[in-house]
Design a protein around this ligand. Structure first.
Ligand code: ZN
Length: 368
C-alpha cells in the first residue's frame, strides 16, 4: 500500500489524491493553510454572510449549528453566538447507542446558554435502517450520518432558518475530495454523493413509508428554494484547529473527556457520541486498511504535534483495534447473532489486506 509521505494516510482512502511528491491532499491543504490561503478575506466573507442572514431572519434564529456536545461543534456554536453575534438554534440528532459522556457534554454545553433542539427520529426505524446499512454497505453508523444531514435541512425549512454552519469539511481537512477547498457552500447533491457515500436515502422507500422516513429524507427542492438555504462549513472560514477547539470547549462549554483512551486510538476527546463509531472505524479498517488512529495521527502530524515516526508507532500500536467491549451491545442493537455479525465483517474485510486467523482478521500489510 502506498502511504502519504507526510502523514500516514494510505491510497485506499476514498477520493484521496496525492501530488508528485506523494503528499496527500489533506497535507497539501495543511501547507496551503499556512502559506497561501487568505484567511482575512475568508473571515470577511463570513462576516458578510452572517450580516446578510441576520437580516433575513431578524426576529427568529438566523442560523443552525448542529452540535453533539463535542469539542468542534461546541466551538463553532460558541463563536457564532459570542463573536459573530448570531442567534443560532443548536440542534442534535440523537445518536444510537449513546455514550454517557456524550450526553453529559451536551447538557453542559446547552447549560452554557444555548437554544437547543434535540430530534430523536423513530429509534425502531433507525435500528432497521442501521442494520440495512451495516449489512449492505458495511456502514453501521450510516442511518445517523444521514439523519445529521437530513434533519438539519428539515429544521431549516420548518423554522425558516436560512443558514446552516457545520464544523469541518472532512474531505478537504482529512483527505478526500478537494471540491470544497475554495467554495464555501454545498448542496443536497454533494451531500448525498460525498457525505452519504452515494447512499441516497430515497432508496429506503422500498422498505419504509414516506412518513416513517420523514427525518431521513431531504426536503423537496421547492421547500429548499423557498428558504434559500446556505449550507457551509466553519473550516472554510477559519484555520481548523481541533486541539484549540478542545481547549476552548473545555473552558467555555463544560467539555469533559473520557477517562480512558478511545478504542483504536491514543486520545480520549474526539467522537465520543456513540459506540457505533468504534464499529464504523473498525469496518473502515477492514475495508481500507486504516483506522481511527491513522486519522488522529494525521491531524496531529499536520498540526506539528507528532513526527511521522511517532505517528507510525502509534498506528502500529492502536490502529484497527477490535471493539471488544461493545460487541454485546452491537448484537443486541442489530438483533443479530455473533455468527451473523461476523459474517458481515467477513463480507467487507479486504482479502488483499487481511487474512483470517482464529476468528479475527489479521493484517498482511505493514504501515510504513
Ligand atoms: Zn498526508
Amino acid at each position: 500500500m502506498k502511504y502519504c509521505s507526510s502523514c500516514l494516510m494510505p491510497e485506499t482512502r476514498p477520493r484521496i489524491t496525492f501530488n508528485e511528491k506523494g503528499v496527500c491532499n489533506a497535507c497539501q491543504w495543511a501547507e496551503e493553510k499556512r502559506t497561501i490561503v487568505d484567511w482575512e478575506k475568508r473571515w470577511q466573507q463570513l462576516l458578510e454572510i452572517c450580516e446578510r442572514n441576520k437580516k433575513r431572519n431578524p426576529k427568529g434564529f438566523d442560523c443552525i449549528v448542529p452540535v453533539s456536545g463535542g469539542k468542534d461543534s461546541s466551538y463553532v456554536a460558541y463563536k457564532m453566538k459570542n463573536e459573530l453575534g448570531m442567534h443560532p438554534l443548536t440542534i442534535t440528532v440523537q445518536p444510537p447507542l449513546p455514550f454517557e459522556i456524550g450526553n453529559e457534554n451536551l447538557e453542559n454545553f446547552i447549560n452554557c446558554g444555548y437554544d437547543h433542539l434535540r430530534i430523536t427520529p423513530n429509534p425502531e426505524v433507525g435500528r432497521k435502517l442501521s442494520k440495512i446499512c451495516f449489512i449492505e454497505y458495511g456502514q453501521p453508523l450510516m442511518a445517523w450520518i444521514i439523519a445529521v444531514q437530513t434533519v438539519t435541512f428539515r429544521i431549516s425549512v420548518l423554522f425558516n432558518i436560512p443558514l446552516i454552519m457545520f464544523g469541518e469539511e472532512g474531505e478537504v481537512e482529512y483527505g478526500g475530495s478537494s471540491a470544497l477547498k475554495d467554495v464555501p457552500f454545498y448542496d443536497v447533491e454533494f451531500s448525498i454523493k460525498v457525505y452519504l457515500s452515494g447512499i441516497d436515502p430515497r432508496q429506503f422507500a422500498k422498505e419504509f413509508s414516506e412518513k416513517e422516513l420523514y427525518w431521513w429524507l431531504y426536503p423537496s427542492e421547492e421547500e429548499l428554494r423557498k428558504v434559500n438555504l446556505e449550507i457551509a462549513h466553519w473550516s472554510y472560514f477559519e484555520n481548523w484547529d481541533s486541539y484549540l477547539h478542545y481547549l476552548i470547549a473545555k473552558e467555555k462549554c463544560g467539555l469533559k473527556e473520557m477517562e480512558q483512551r478511545c478504542i483504536g486510538t491514543y486520545n480520549n476527546f474526539a467522537q465520543t457520541d456513540t459506540c457505533l463509531y468504534d464499529l464504523h472505524c473498525y469496518l473502515m479498517y477492514l475495508k481500507f486498511g486504516f483506522g481511527r488512529c491513522t486519522q488522529d495521527v494525521g491531524i496531529d502530524i499536520r498540526r506539528g504535534a507528532l513526527t511521522r515516526e511517532q505517528g507510525l508507532n502509534l498506528v502500529k500500536a492502536y490502529d484497527g483495534e477490535y471493539p471488544e467491549p461493545f460487541i454485546e451491545k452491537y448484537l443486541e442493537y442489530f438483533r443479530m447473532t455473533k455468527e451473523e455479525f461476523d459474517a458481515v465483517l467477513d463480507k467487507f474485510a479486504n482479502k488483499n489486506l487481511f487474512r483470517k486467523e482464529k476468528g479475527r482478521w489479521i493484517p498482511t500489510f505493514e504501515p510504513h
